[in-house]
Write a protein that binds this ligand. Structure first.
Ligand code: NAP
Length: 258
């Protein structure tokens, strides 16, 4: 069994997931860097972690696919003998960002598979893998961190399926938090605001003007490292008496003001 905690980060080849993976590596976690397509980028994240003295491996897998989810868990146990932290980060925006009156079932199915079905059943499998290790006191406890979004409560009519998956992720966090507390597994939801990544690059100009116009009290784009720092706080046990909790990482976007 690996001497240090082991973290599985989905969608860690780019953006927010890669920043989370690197931060966990710096915390001396062994990291499974999951990706769907971009093996080269995932391998570069692994190399960066190893060059900094850490331990990591890249693992291909579509979180929307049951066999792939199972393989991610098996890889963690086979390679490292344990799993301590799952970060459900992989996510896609609504393809084409079309108005909800034109939204298609194809888009719905793709977004729900990656953003909701994947995280739900991966959490289930991760918890089932962590529980015997915790009961046998081989690891002290587990953590599941769900990367949701301001879209869990802010309506974007051109991304209805995306908003719906993120809203459901809030209840998913409460459900697992409630069920897994007695198993010594804490569950958290992070709601990032507007974060500079490939996902937001098509709407960069729009958000540039909204942010400079005061959309967020803290007038800047978020960066992936802002989200990674919140993950670090949770993983470092800064919230020992919390579960099912949502933490906004959004420059104050959620504040209603007049
Ligand atoms: P991104 O830059 O588009 O990166 C997405 C990552 O997810 C990539 O590593 C990609 O892998 C992976 N991925 C996509 N579909 C996958 C699947 N089915 N199975 C496994 N991996 C998959 O996205 P991001 O901006 O970093 O967003 C990360 C998370 O934060 C998402 O859940 C997103 O909804 C959430 N979020 C983002 C923002 C924002 O402003 N950017 C705001 C709020 C919430 P490949 O490289 O192999 O394609």
């Amino acid at each position: 069994m690996h001497n240090h905690p082991v973290s599985l980060v989905t969608g860690a080849s780019r953006g927010i997931g890669s920043a989370i993976a690197k931060s966990l590596g710096a915390l001396e976690h062994a990291v499974l860097v999951n990706y769907r397509e971009n093996k080269d980028l995932a391998d570069a994240v692994v190399t960066e972690i190893i060059n900094a003295g850490g331990d990591a491996v890249s693992v291909q897998g579509d979180v929307g696919c049951g066999e792939d989810r199972q393989r991610l868990i098996v890889e963690s146990l086979d390679r490292f003998g344990r799993l301590d932290v799952l970060v459900n980060n992989a996510g896609i925006t609504s393809p084409g960002r079309v108005d909800l009156l034109e939204a298609s079932e194809i888009s719905w199915d793709a977004v729900f598979a990656t953003n909701l079905k994947g995280p739900f059943f991966l959490s289930q499998q991760a918890a089932l893998a962590m529980m015997p290790l915790i009961h046998e006191e081989q690891i002290p406890g587990g953590k599941i961190i769900n990367i949701s979004s301001l879209s869990s409560y802010a309506a974007s009519v051109n991304r209805a399926d995306y908003c719906l998956t993120k809203a459901a992720m809030g209840m998913m966090t409460k459900l697992f938090g409630c069920r897994l507390a007695e198993e010594k597994i804490q569950v958290f939801e992070l709601c990032p605001g507007i974060i500079d990544s490939d996902m937001t690059s098509p709407v960069k100009e729009k958000y540039n003007s909204l942010i400079s116009g005061g959309l967020t009290p803290i007038r800047r784009w978020g960066v992936p490292e802002d989200v990674a720092k919140a993950v670090m706080a949770i993983v470092s046990d800064s919230f020992p008496f919390s579960t099912g909790e949502c933490i906004n990482v959004d420059g104050g976007f959620h504040i209603r003001s007049i």
